[in-house]
Design a protein around this ligand. Structure first.
Ligand code: HPA
Length: 267
């Protein structure tokens, strides 16, 4: 595994002139931000040795490396989900490659269902913590000591100082922003209304099918993490049905402004 990670990192390194500091994973429907990257080098996933290839709808399947708000960044347009048939380790493979390239901060975004009835479609929720039920982990198996310890502390996985920064930016810029707990479910079916009631009882505010494998891996590798959910629908059982994912223009504008300012200001 370590050799595969190094081969992928070496390949990307050979294509780029800058050392990226921050990696952004743009979730389903949230890839437009990538058009703001300057002087981008674009690398399709299928060109990178050992990289999985994205099959999900709305996902482009490429890496962009360039400058965003004055910072050297790496952007993942499209990610790998467990429901596509990838293992958790595969879903998190890119994060370790990014770490080898010098990335110290992961900004991870997703489309999510709102469980909290105080939230609405188009709302942004910064993730303060997560709940994972299913019995698998990208860190299961032999521990790669090069990245981190066998038993990784998750007390501050969603870096508190970055959440404080986001709160301040949101206030200054008049961007509505919630802070909540993300429940990770395997999909690909949406949850049942009973599952959503259970998740609400357990303290979850939003639900989705991504993010957690990447965050577990990033935290293990000692990276700072900022997680942001975009509520595309109310979770099952709140309204009559989940018809489609709604990426409201106003919400996308808030999303792009918040992420831009975060990247500009984060340490
Ligand atoms: N559930 C799970 N994943 C999702 C949802 C949802 O309601 N909306 C967007 N991704």
């Amino acid at each position: 595994m370590l050799q595969k990670l190094h081969e992928a990192a070496d390949f990307i390194h050979s294509r780029i002139a800058v050392t990226p500091e921050i990696a952004l994973i743009l979730g389903t429907g949230l890839g437009d931000l990538a058009s703001l990257i300057k002087d981008a080098v674009c690398i399709p996933y299928q060109d990178i040795p050992h990289f999985p290839v994205s099959t999900a709808p709305y996902h482009k399947g490429q890496l962009l490396i360039g400058t965003f708000c004055g910072r050297p960044v790496l952007v993942m347009q499209g990610r790998f989900h467990y429901y596509e048939g990838y293992s958790m380790e595969q879903a998190a493979f890119p994060v370790r490659v990014f770490r080898l390239l010098g990335v110290h901060t992961l900004v991870v975004t997703n489309a999510a269902g709102a469980i909290n009835k105080g939230y609405g479609v188009g709302d942004l929720v910064m993730i303060e913590d997560h709940i994972k039920f299913f019995n698998d982990s990208p860190l299961r198996g032999q521990n790669l000591e090069e990245f981190g310890p066998r038993f990784n502390d998750m007390s501050d996985a969603y870096t508190k100082s970055l959440r404080t920064l986001a709160k301040n930016i949101a206030q200054e810029q008049n961007i509505p922003l919630h802070e909540g707990v993300y429940a990770y479910m395997p999909g690909p079916s949406y949850e049942t209304p009973a599952e959503i009631r259970m998740l609400r009882t357990l303290g979850a505010d939003v639900v989705g099918m991504s993010t957690v494998p990447e965050v577990l891996t990033a935290s293990h590798a000692g990276m700072q993490v900022f997680g942001l959910s975009f509520c595309t629908n109310m979770a099952a059982g709140i309204e009559k049905e989940i018809k489609h994912l709604d990426f409201s223009k106003v919400g996308i504008d808030h999303f792009n402004r918040l992420i831009s300012e975060m990247v500009k200001q984060m340490p």
